[in-house]
Design a binder for this molecule. Structure first.
Ligand code: PCA
Length: 192
């Protein structure tokens, strides 16, 4: 297995007053494990060109175990930052530009709610079938109520999975219900 640091730039043509000039945009790898995956309720954010650029890189798996649980009355998936507990979680890697990354931060309310962190993700290269591990951004829940660890831990999320807990879209939620208080905790005594 090889560990690689993938730093990419996208070359784009930007209109100037006369003709076009080429400039480069920083690209980022993001690992998604929940509603942002293909065929899941928030994937439209990632594919909407108005939000910026994204391209599917491949399926990926966390290199260490984490608890992936569904919580709140809206059935939201959370990757709890408790390394070593749960499963090697399966998800998808996307390459995104700065504009898309900041849109995803708005959706996930980083850094107030989910926290975006770089973590090791393993994927299979198409051409050589070789396993590679590289750093991707991942949205974690870092301060959570300990009782969330008693919930069933998933290896692979789907809103329509056998758990029977379909995700409820924001537009259908009660604006007066503070669902964040259902999951937010103070893990200051927990070193992970
Ligand atoms: N969307 C992000 C984090 C949790 C969620 O529902 C994701 O798919 O990775």
């Amino acid at each position: 297995m090889t560990t690689v640091l993938m730093i990419k730039f996208l070359s784009v043509a930007v209109p100037k007053q006369r003709g076009y000039v080429h400039t480069t945009r920083m690209m980022h790898n993001v690992f998604v494990y929940g509603t942002l995956k293909r065929d899941e309720p928030n994937n439209y954010w990632l594919v909407d060109k108005k939000n910026g650029h994204s391209s599917f890189v491949g399926e990926g798996t966390t290199k260490i175990k984490y608890p992936l649980v569904i919580a709140t009355k809206y059935n939201i998936p959370f990757l709890l930052h408790k390394p070593g507990t749960g499963h090697l979680v399966k998800g998808e890697v996307y390459e995104v530009d700065d504009a898309m990354l900041s849109k995803l931060d708005i959706l996930e309310d980083h850094p107030n709610y989910y926290i975006r962190e770089l973590d090791d993700i393993t994927t299979i290269k198409d051409q050589s079938n070789e396993e590679v591990t590289f750093k991707c951004w991942v949205y974690f829940l870092k301060k959570f109520k300990p009782e969330l660890l008693r919930r069933p831990m998933l290896e692979c999320y789907s809103s329509s999975g056998a758990h029977g807990l379909p995700y409820m879209d924001r537009s259908k939620r009660d604006p007066y219900h503070n669902y964040k208080s259902e999951i937010k905790g103070d893990n200051s005594l927990d070193p992970s």
